[in-house]
Design a protein around this ligand. Sequence first.
Ligand code: PLP
Length: 479
Amino acid sequence: MSPGPDVTTAGAGAALAERAQRVVPGGVNSGQRSIPGLPGLVVAGTGGARFRTADGAEFTDYHAAFGPPLLGHNDPDVARAAAEAGAALGHMGVGVTEGEIQLAEELCALVPSLEKVLLTSTGSEATFHALRVARAATGRRLVVKFQGCYHGWHDSVSLNVISAPDRVGGHDPISAGILPEVLDATLVLPFNDSAAVRRCFAEHGGDIAAVIVEPVPHNVGALLPHQEFLTTLREETARAGSVLVFDEVITGVRHGLGGWQQISGVTPDLTTLGKAIANGAPAGAIGGRADLMELFSTRPGAPAFFAGTYNGHPSVVAAALATLRKVREEPVHDHVFRLGERVRTGLRTVYARLGLPVAVTGYGSVFVTYFMPGYDGGAAGAERPTPRTYTDLLANDAGLFVGYRRRLLEHGIFELPLNLKRSHLSYAHTDADVDRLLEATEAAVTAALADGGARDLEHASTMGGATPAAAGRQEEAGR
Ligand code: PLP
């Protein structure tokens, strides 16, 4: 590993990035892959917990492609299974394969809400179909989502993810080009606010087709749910005849094979999955109550159209089966949960030593530090205080959040330098990686504090909104 890799000046990488800019808008194939401060990042190789740039710099990766590689990059068992399937079975796009049957059986056995399941290629397709079938089933128009949750790129849910403070409470689309009537059909509520949910159902219950929620909103780091909030969602939707959708694209498999619904004991009507179910191969799934799933047009004559050329692709299915097998048979969750706890505990010690008020939170393999006061300590034995709503996160110091992550690059560590992004551990990370992460974080935060965090704060926010930390730097942060 080259110490202090410099990814901003480059030879081969810069030339490749320039070629990309000429033919790919922005030079990357998805929003949020072009990272301010990291022009010309060209990835040339991955393996386990590491990746290498075209310039030969090596990083320990905690970004993890926004979450899929729970086992680590190109896990050999998953890669072998996908390659073997690819050599034996092309994609036919007609009928079904034994692998698809096996995968559906497995997912239905693992995830409490799944009586039947359909495969997609992405999480966005899964959430799109969840809302479409909910509208088909109920004949209703409205969808409820929560501020800070992300459910993919389609119109009904493309709003109110990372919103500027003055956009919270109203509609805050993350894209132009969405019909206003589509936005109007989505109601946005604060996460963890049961009273707001009850009020919304009292007013609109008869028109609500679906409530869609990330049971742990990880698209703004980690907001842990109040159990009572999830129970309220279940009760209110059941009473009103609305469809409750748990979007477990991040939490599914990563937090447990049965997802957050198994952890919380709250069973939704529909569940969407993606990311970690195939360790990085493009797989998504939508499943749930049989009576709802039977409305999809894979059953001839059923009303909710469902299709996708690549759904159930043999190599992707093989990757998913190999991933689930490994997570079942090896101590994957034990390992990542133990490392996750070490990271969170270690980070709290680091920040206490620096005298910096922070909220270090997360769950299992996911961790994030928000730079804001009010979350240290708590009474002995009491539940640790943790941010619970998007509004809580408006106090986060975005400059420091992004600034220390930029400085982490100099230590060969990659945590995505964008505001509110979570970090992930995998089965391939080691205790030595955690030791280095803790040491490097202390050095990076110290350096970031010394030169005032990220100076170009206009780049610190994402998803259309302006920087949430309008409140600016906390005075205490300099202590
Ligand atoms: N749902 C959640 C919770 C997500 O985090 C994402 C992606 O980050 C999606 C849905 C969309 O999945 P995809 O990017 O595979 O379309």
